[in-house]
Design a protein around this ligand. Structure first.
Ligand SMILES: O=C(O)CCC(=O)C(=O)O
Length: 263
């Protein structure tokens, strides 16, 4: 889908503001994501075997995707509908700073409930959104293969208030089942957790990180090879303006440095 009406956009933004997330059903073509899945499988195998993932719990791996080949697809990371929502909730001219994946395998367990970032300011009310995750799975996500579970509406609560709401059962977890092609845009401050994948198939979930124009996340980055950069549109270059340009496509990714992920 290349565009939406202003009424649809208003509805998506209202849902995001209320719940901390909005889901676009069947937004990306399944064929595109099947190609991502094919490219991801060997990467997952290599990175798990070499112990170069960031481990997010038992049998749960965070892996940065190379910004090349099928993964450097502007139809995905410059999607106009997603960017329209991102700009409405996190301001104009955002930066893209993360292209990665979360994959629970058989043997994974429940994570502790957490948010992905601390507040911008200590001891002040929570702010409007500044860090977003756009998530889409590379397979269908059922109750069996480790659905993301999240509370709704805790993204604008102070961490201690959100934990209090959770402990007092005023906030409850919802398992987000998804089909290949569905996309979730979420504020990473909502309390959430990963759940066990009890099947033998990995459950890869892509995460593209977009932030406010002035926000810097030192824990993540995207290496943009100069040959890939040369083919990017003006919009894509602008989104990736803060990311390093690197020499060659295909250089191996080092071990993950993004270790602290739960607040
Ligand atoms: O992959 C998931 O379902 C959730 C993972 C997660 O929340 C995390 O690692 O911070």
């Amino acid at each position: 889908m290349d565009s939406i009406s202003s009424e649809q956009l208003d509805n998506h933004v209202a849902t995001f503001e209320r719940d901390g997330l909005v889901i676009l059903r069947q937004h990306f073509p399944k064929e595109t994501l099947s190609a991502w899945r094919q490219a991801f499988e060997p990467l997952l195998r290599e990175r798990v075997a070499s112990g170069t993932t960031a481990v997010r719990g038992a049998d749960r791996h965070y892996i940065t995707l190379p910004f090349s080949g099928v993964f450097a697809d502007e139809k995905i990371f410059c999607d106009p509908v997603i960017l329209a929502i991102v700009e409405r909730v996190a301001g104009e001219d955002p930066v893209m700073c993360q292209l990665a994946s979360d994959t629970p395998l058989n043997g994974s367990t429940f994570q502790e409930i957490h948010r992905d970032t601390p507040p911008l300011f200590d001891d002040l009310p929570e702010t409007p959104s500044f860090q977003l995750a756009v998530n889409f799975p590379l397979c269908d996500v059922s109750l069996e293969n480790g659905p993301f579970e999240t509370t709704l509406g805790t993204h604008r609560m102070r961490p201690d208030d959100a934990m209090k709401a959770w402990n007092e059962k005023r906030a409850s977890l919802h398992a987000i089942t998804m089909e290949l092609g569905d996309v979730m845009i979420r504020d990473v401050r909502a309390l959430h957790r990963g759940t066990p994948n009890t099947t033998d198939e990995p459950r890869p979930m892509v995460v593209i990180g977009y932030s406010r124009s002035w926000y810097f996340r030192p824990e993540v980055h995207i290496d943009v090879p100069v040959d890939v950069d040369a083919g990017l549109s003006r919009r894509a270059k602008r989104l990736l303006r803060s990311m390093p340009r690197v020499d060659a496509t295909g250089s191996p990714q080092g071990p993950e440095s993004y270790q602290r992920f739960a607040y």
